[in-house]
Design a protein around this ligand. Structure first.
Ligand code: BES
Ligand code: MN
Ligand code: ZN
Length: 482
């Protein structure tokens, strides 16, 4: 794993690559000013030729000449950059220098709260690749990142950034992995390895426990699959912790739609339908490594949604863990069925707040596009998650839970049905989830859009993004402070 080093000054550090930020009209920090001076007059003309003006998203790579750096990367920050702009600039730069063995930067000096953590997160996430199935992988060669002139606070923040970035990378790896390699039992095994390494307690519910324990939603969805379901509980229980957070992640390792089969193109990305569960695993890993002073429970119901001969049929009624019944009219609305059990179980432990993350509805992508998650919940629950997402640089937007829409999921034969009208599909799904959280403050993130990036940009690589990990870590941190 890469070393994060606090370095002295730009002139007495040395590295293969130096990354410096640039504001509009190529205004630099002190390190950038020094480097530009060393490089000489040609630099401005060169950057003019490249049309580099320091706008967000722009980078310019120039040779380091006589400086102690072989390559200099100027990364655009725009004016008044916030931490997310630093993260993005660091991400683009990290992608540009993946083959540099040593790197140095001054991006952590951008005068905005969270800059040091964001610089490290962006750099590391930009260097991420999912290459385990390539015959000729080209892994990032970077072994160290020096933060020039970093003080103790910046160094500590950088350390947190590294922990966050590896948690996000872990979630991305799981999301990007083929479904054939991540059956529920395999997911549970991976969670167990991680738990042992970072010191989390783990409890895995096997298929007979799921059936006998009344987890009828998870059980019902699993019936069409050839591999058995699991439910993983991960527990972070530091001594003396007062606040108690539960996070639940949808873990459909492949969503074929079940008997309400999806069309072929709708299945292409459905190995990523466990991104909520992956975000729970990643967040739990980081929360343990950061030793956050808050009790946290992570729950992931894990199953495949397949149309086997024993599959749940449209018209079947399932009974969830809390005793409520759901008529399944569309087996492709399976996420809410497994979350019904995950949430029921979570609230049995009486947390102060329960948050679920799920690639739940295409309708949420229609509403908000593919970069913003839908945020639902009780007022107190949703507010806390919104604040955490803002702090973490993840984009969420609140959507309503109108009480008069509840009747749209009334069933003729059960307490509710698992589909509603096409319009407001993300809301209909969230209203069903609400039936399973009791009186516990709750928030629901529909991450169907941002769990996956359709294009590579800044610190995101095409594919799994690890969305939700950083927000959950920020949320746990804020609860620990209170
Ligand atoms: N996993 C899908 C939602 C999804 C769709 C996530 C596209 C990411 C990209 C979910 O299980 C699903 O199939 N939802 C249905 C619900 C409908 C049948 C009520 C949907 O959104 O079409
Ligand atoms: Mn589905
Ligand atoms: Zn699904």
């Amino acid at each position: 794993m890469i070393d994060i080093v606090a370095g002295g000054s730009a002139s007495d550090s040395a590295a293969d690559a130096l990354i410096v930020g640039s504001g509009p009209d190529r205004s630099y920090d002190t390190i950038g000013v020094w480097v530009a001076e060393q490089l000489g007059d040609w630099l401005d003309a060169y950057l003019d030729d490249a049309d580099f003006g320091g706008k967000p998203g722009q980078i310019a790579v120039v040779p380091g000449g006589e400086t102690p750096y072989r390559t200099i990367v100027f990364a655009g920050l725009g004016d008044a950059p916030d931490a997310e702009m630093v993260r993005q600039a660091a991400g683009s730069s990290g992608r540009a220098v993946r083959r540099a063995v040593t790197a140095a930067t001054s991006l952590h000096l951008v005068p905005t709260p969270g800059a040091a953590q964001a610089a490290v997160e962006g750099f590391l996430l930009g260097q991420y690749r999912f290459d385990r199935h390539l015959s000729d992988p080209k892994p990032a060669r970077t072994e160290s990142l020096t933060l020039i002139g970093a003080d103790d606070a910046a160094t500590a923040a950088a350390h947190r950034g590294r922990i966050a970035a590896s948690a996000v990378a872990m979630a991305r790896d799981l999301v990007n992995e083929s479904a054939v390699n991540k059956a529920p039992a395999e997911m549970a095994r991976i969670a167990g390895q991680m738990a042992d390494r970072v010191g989390l307690r783990i409890k895995v519910w096997e298929e007979d426990e799921i059936r006998d324990g009344g987890l009828g939603g998870l059980w019902g969805v699993s019936l069409g699959a050839a591999t058995p379901p699991r439910l993983v509980e991960l527990w972070h229980e530091p001594e003396g912790a007062e606040a108690f957070l539960a996070i639940v992640g949808k873990g459909i390792v492949f969503d074929s739609g079940g008997l309400s089969l999806k069309p072929a193109d709708g299945m292409e990305t459905m190995k990523t339908d466990m991104a909520g569960a992956a975000a729970v695993f990643g967040a739990m890993q980081a929360i343990a490594e950061l030793k956050l002073p808050v009790r946290v429970l992570g729950i992931t119901p894990l199953t495949e949604n397949m149309p086997g001969g024993a599959a749940t049929r449209p018209g079947d009624v399932l009974e969830a863990r809390n005793g409520k019944t759901i008529e399944v009219l569309n087996t492709d609305a399976e996420g809410r069925l497994v979350l019904a059990d995950g949430l029921s179980l979570a609230v049995e432990y009486q947390p102060d707040l329960v948050v679920d993350m799920a690639t739940l509805t295409g309708a949420c992508k229609v509403a908000l596009g593919d970069k913003i998650a839908g945020l639902f919940g009780t007022v107190d629950g949703a507010d806390q998650v919104q604040a955490a997402a803002e702090a973490a640089g993840e984009r969420v937007w609140p959507l309503p839970l109108p009480a008069d829409y509840r009747k749209k999921i009334d069933s003729d034969v059960a307490d509710m049905k698992n589909t509603g009208p096409r319009y407001g599909g993300a809301i209909n799904a969230a209203l069903l989830l609400k039936e399973f959280v009791g009186d516990v403050p709750w928030a629901h993130l529909d991450i169907a859009g941002p769990a996956r990036a359709s294009e590579t940009e800044h610190y995101l690589l095409k594919g799994g993004t690890g969305f939700g990990v950083r927000t959950m870590v920020a949320l746990a941190a804020s609860l620990g402070e209170a």
